[in-house]
Design a protein around this ligand. Structure first.
Ligand SMILES: [Cu+2]
Length: 243
């Protein structure tokens, strides 16, 4: 079998290929989705993952503390569509390597010009494993798009919304395993500046701090997707509805 060593070689090399992702744009309801990079999105320097749970980059990625000029204008109860891409946003298939199975989580915080560090975040949406497929794979099948409905009673004002892809293809090892520094869950957080209108009354109040609340032993971040399992629970608090 000549092909066996070749196959083995290919499989060995695959994890080295970097196939990451970042946000291209965010649209409201049925409006067209435009390029929001460095306009309303605090676009990171690269599409690489964040794995250090103590790093401020875990919150809004590199350049998370650099404000951008625009805000996505949206009303409470509206639907936001987030679109992700890998390298080329004009190629509808260049979204995310299918190895990157995992969850998609969305959080909100009162607006800050800072990097978002500290106990200020509230979870408004999450998708993990629905019994058949992972959220990131569904996002990929959906052209890189993720839809999030804002809470109907969300109070007006300026916010940061942080959407995070959580890739678990190497999360069968803890992210702080000294013997496997290349392993561990990969977080891809991107933050967008939004201005919410309407007359809602609910202020997001979970006070979640990523650098404290995400831990290497968390079952949402240290999880083997390659063996049979019944259930996957993403990290972080429960979803806040504002009701
Ligand atoms: Cu990647």
């Amino acid at each position: 079998m000549l092909s066996l060593p070749l196959t083995t070689l290919t499989l060995t090399l695959l994890p080295v290929v970097s196939a990451h992702t970042m946000l291209y744009g965010v649209s409201v309801n049925s409006e067209p989705l435009l390029d929001g990079r460095n306009r309303s999105i605090r676009t990171p320097l690269t599409n690489s993952p964040v794995k250090d749970l103590a790093s401020p980059d875990l919150v809004c990625n590199t350049r998370g503390g650099v404000p951008v000029p625009e805000f996505v204008e949206v009303n409470a109860g509206d639907t936001l569509t987030f679109r992700w891409f890998h390298w080329n946003p004009d190629d509808p298939n260049d979204i995310l390597d299918p190895s990157h199975k995992g969850a998609i989580l969305t959080y909100i915080a009162e607006y800050t010009e800072g990097d978002g560090r500290g106990p200020r975040w509230t979870k408004i949406h999450q998708e993990g494993f629905d019994g058949g497929e992972w959220a990131t794979i569904k996002m990929r099948a959906n052209g890189g798009r993720v839809q999030v409905e804002l809470p109907r009673n969300l109070a007006p004002g300026r916010y940061l919304i942080r959407q995070e892809l959580l890739a678990l293809h190497m999360a069968d090892f803890r992210g702080d395993d000294p013997e496997h520094p290349d392993k561990g869950a990969e977080s891809y957080p991107n933050c967008v500046q939004v201005e919410v209108g309407g007359n809602g009354k609910a202020r997001p109040d979970q006070g979640f701090d990523f650098n404290e609340g995400y831990t290497y032993g968390d079952k949402g971040l240290f999880f083997n997707i390659y063996i049979p399992f019944e259930k996957y629970t993403p990290p972080g608090p429960v979803v806040w509805t504002g009701e």
